[in-house]
Design a protein around this ligand. Structure first.
Ligand code: PMV
Length: 320
């Protein structure tokens, strides 16, 4: 018997893309890692109103599930679980959503919020079969379509598995491989403060690819080669090489037109301050960049430079 009065809670992390964003949509490999200190949380409590509510104070949202349109991301996350559990009428609950992950900034906030809602609701409905990483990722992927248009699946995968992953979009199953990080990688993550729509950036790359397929295929191939070499460098602890490959990847992302003056300024500032490498991370045009640093001294210098260059939020995350 399900105890509908219980409170259930679940969280999911933000993420950074180390290598291969955009090219990953076209089947080239990419590498992503979770940022566990930035999380989205969903809490489910019993509601006495005979309705299912979704409440997200940060987004100024307080809605009845049944009133929300099919393309509402929060509602779709909940409906994915109800459909998978074959529950026709939603339970009388309130789903509270809050998130520390900045939205529209390349940190996977949409995927993390979806994964948190899916996990909390599946747990509330006592459906462990819907709680595996694979299932959570698959359900969150459906929500990602609203945010991305044609998502590769990397965001929902990395936030559901919560570990560094090697990802290749392919049929019938994506290649998803957790891999070894031989030497810790310390990343400074800095926000341009500019919000950018993933859907628009992904759509613009698609349009350019359709206009110049050969040129863009070459750019995507170069990003794929970089991701392959980077995986070997990460697995063998070649930290300096990882940095160089990041900067190289940024150059190809500029050619895809997904960088911006703010991102380029932060990347240049990090490199001038001695970072081993730097690049935009995520869909680009705004959002976050990442810089690889070797030690405390380099981290301090890079953080100071990023701050002076106008970064609005700066954090450090270590991949070990
Ligand atoms: O949502 P973002 O900014 O983390 O971008 C996701 C990465 C892209 O490669 C640009 C899109 C995708 O679906 O892989």
């Amino acid at each position: 018997m399900i105890d509908f009065s219980a409170v259930t809670e679940a969280t999911a992390p933000g993420k950074i893309i180390l290598f291969g964003e955009h090219a990953v949509v076209y089947g080239r490999p990419a590498i992503a890692a979770p940022i566990s200190q930035l999380r989205a949380k969903a809490t489910i409590t019993h509601s006495s109103s005979n309705n299912c509510y979704i409440v997200a104070p940060d987004l100024n949202r307080h809605d009845r599930l049944q009133d929300l349109p099919p393309d509402d991301a929060l509602a779709l996350a909940a409906r994915q679980v109800l459909d998978a559990a074959q529950i026709a009428w939603p339970p009388d609950v309130t789903i509270y959503v809050n998130s520390q992950i900045p939205i529209a900034s390349g940190m996977g906030s949409g995927a993390a919020i979806a994964a948190a809602i899916i996990r909390a609701l599946a747990q509330h409905l006592q459906r462990p079969d819907l709680l595996t990483n694979e299932r959570v990722s698959a359900l969150a992927y459906e929500v990602e379509k609203i945010h991305h248009g044609t998502p590769s699946g990397i965001d929902n995968t990395v936030v559901a598995y919560e570990q560094p992953i090697w990802f290749v979009r392919q049929s019938p199953y994506n290649q998803i491989e957790p891999f070894t990080v031989a030497a810790p990688l310390r990343f400074v993550v800095a926000d341009t403060g500019v919000r950018s729509s993933t859907k628009i950036a992904v759509g613009d790359v698609r349009r350019q690819y359709n206009e110049q397929p050969a040129r863009f295929a070459q750019i995507f191939d170069a990003c794929g080669r970089i991701a392959r070499t980077a995986r070997m460098a990460i697995e063998t602890g070649s930290v300096t090489q990882v940095g160089q490959l990041m900067t190289e990847n940024h150059g190809w992302l500029q050619k895809m037109t997904v960088s911006s003056s703010e991102l380029d300024r932060l990347v240049a500032a990090a490199l001038e301050a001695g970072a081993l490498g730097a690049k935009l991370s995520g869909a680009g045009r705004g959002g976050n960049m990442i810089a690889l640093v070797a030690d405390d001294g380099m981290e301090t210098a890079v953080r100071t430079a990023l701050h002076q260059a106008g970064a609005s939020h700066i954090l450090t995350t270590i991949l070990a």
